[in-house]
Design a protein around this ligand. Structure first.
Ligand code: PLP
Length: 448
């Protein structure tokens, strides 16, 4: 294992990591995985409490997903999607259309590329519609949409953004409805509506130069699992309609059941029916939906951008330049699509959304002592996400908590002073109880 660690330091440049810190805090050397567990080269086991950066849904080495990929390997591993097509990408696109009501799927390989695709598609739509001046973007304060240059332009996390600011396009951030920021005595809903009023003020002045508003529905993940009231999305949808601005739902982190519904936007009610059954008729309808992370159950890199018939139609033409000009070598990779289809089969067959609802109630009960701990503020929960802030956290808290949790056999990475849990859906009650005990032990250690 020491050998692997020195080789990784010499040869691998790790993401979101100051490499010098790996001397003091080496990464886990993972040999294999099993359900919710990661197992290192010395055989030590760690509960993957954050689903390997929020991607894993049904555990590591899931037999059903393994079988789907293995079956596909014997057929075709990859073929370019320009000038060719295949059953897995067609079937996945059809199923995503049924689930979301948005019928045209464009594929990328990771979340940031989905953001790039949605932004480019939105601006190109307005150009094709004779309004090339509508090419600006709005996002929420503290939002996160990926770290490639275009995606970073709409991201608002200073640590990731400031250094690269000279490379980025200027975009506008409107106030975040993060419920922690509500005034004394103000409800989450009232605060969300106050933020929506600020969005309206901006749109009223800048609609002519704005292509789209991109949001993480209900939970701003990288901001520290900031949660907000769905009334914000309902109002945002109305305002985007009124001011002719696209609404992009970045469901990369929250899609596929994380917030308790298949997609988070479904929890925002539209004043008039936006969908025909069997979709939730009263859910708002975004103009674009970005999906990635959980889409393959955490197996393979895949992202998708779904959009409406109207937007699709604006590109449908004899002129090549009116078509969407974008491609990635691995667009619609068959192995990744088969993993995604296996994930959707598990959702349907095991009635996962309903099962998670019961599980979430049980798990929340197990976290009562954590929620009531004197160091804990803003304990919050939505679907299969739990988070809280640690009031007296001092610099280095996140790294110390991470190490202390590892010593308890749990893999976690707090964001600043926010501790969060986002376990794979296969996590059992016993495993969750162990996780709750480990967090309590960390909180009770005043040195952390
Ligand atoms: C992770 C994430 C992205 C970026 O996805 P990558 O695959 O890491 O590029 C974009 N938006 C949200 C909301 C995310 O959580």
């Amino acid at each position: 294992m020491d050998d692997l660690l020195s080789r990784t330091r010499a040869a691998v440049w790790h993401p979101c990591t100051q490499m010098k810190q790996l001397e003091a805090a080496p990464p886990l050397a993972i040999a294999r995985g099993e359900g919710a567990w990661l197992i290192d080269t010395d055989g030590r086991r760690y509960l993957d409490a954050i689903s390997s950066w929020w991607v894993n849904l049904f555990g590591h080495c899931n037999p059903r997903i393994n079988a789907a990929i293995t079956d596909q390997l014997g057929k075709i591993e990859h073929v370019m999607l320009a000038g060719a097509t295949h059953e897995p990408v067609v079937a996945l696109s059809e199923r995503l259309a049924k689930l979301t009501g948005l019928g045209h799927a464009f594929y990328g390989s990771d979340g940031a590329s989905a953001t790039e695709i949605a932004l480019k598609m939105s601006a190109h739509f307005w150009r094709n519609a004779g309004q090339p001046g509508k090419n600006g973007f709005i996002s929420l304060a503290n939002g996160y949409h990926g770290e490639t240059v275009g995606a970073l332009s709409v991201t608002d996390i200073p640590l990731f953004k400031s250094t690269y600011a000279p490379l980025l396009r200027r975009t506008v951030q409107v106030p975040t409805p993060d419920a922690r920021l509500a005034g004394p005595g103000e409800s989450a809903e009232a605060y969300a509506l106050r933020c929506a009023a600020a969005l309206e003020t901006h749109l009223a002045g800048h609609a002519a130069t704005t292509a789209a508003f991109i949001v993480e529905p209900l939970v701003q993940g990288a901001a520290g699992m900031a949660m907000y009231h769905p009334a914000y999305l309902t109002r945002a949808r109305e305002l985007c309609d009124r001011y002719q601005v696209h609404l992009i739902a970045d469901e990369i982190a929250v899609g596929f059941g994380r917030t308790g519904t298949m997609f988070a936007f479904e929890q925002a009610a539209a004043p008039t029916p936006a969908h025909a059954p069997p979709l939730t008729p009263h859910a708002i309808r975004p103009d674009f939906i970005c999906l990635s992370k959980g889409i393959t159950g955490g197996y393979l890199p895949l992202s998708a951008v779904l959009t409406t018939d109207d937007i699709y139609a604006a590109f449908y033409d004899d002129a090549t330049a009116r078509g969407f000009l974008h491609s990635h070598s691995y667009t619609g990779n068959p192995l990744a699509c088969r993993a995604a289809l296996a994930v959707l089969d598990i959702f349907a067959h095991d009635n996962v959304i309903a099962a998670n609802r019961a599980k979430a109630i049980e798990f929340t009960g197990m976290l009562e002592e954590v929620a009531a701990h004197t160091r804990v503020r803003h304990f919050r929960h939505l679907g299969m996400i739990w988070a809280f802030d640690v009031a007296d956290a001092t610099p280095g808290f996140s790294a110390r908590f991470h190490q202390a949790a590892l010593a308890q056999g749990v893999f976690m990475r707090p964001i600043g002073n926010t501790v969060y849990v986002m376990p794979p859906y296969v996590t059992s009650a016993d495993e969750m109880r162990g996780l709750a005990d480990a967090m309590l032990a960390c909180l009770c250690n005043p040195g952390i």
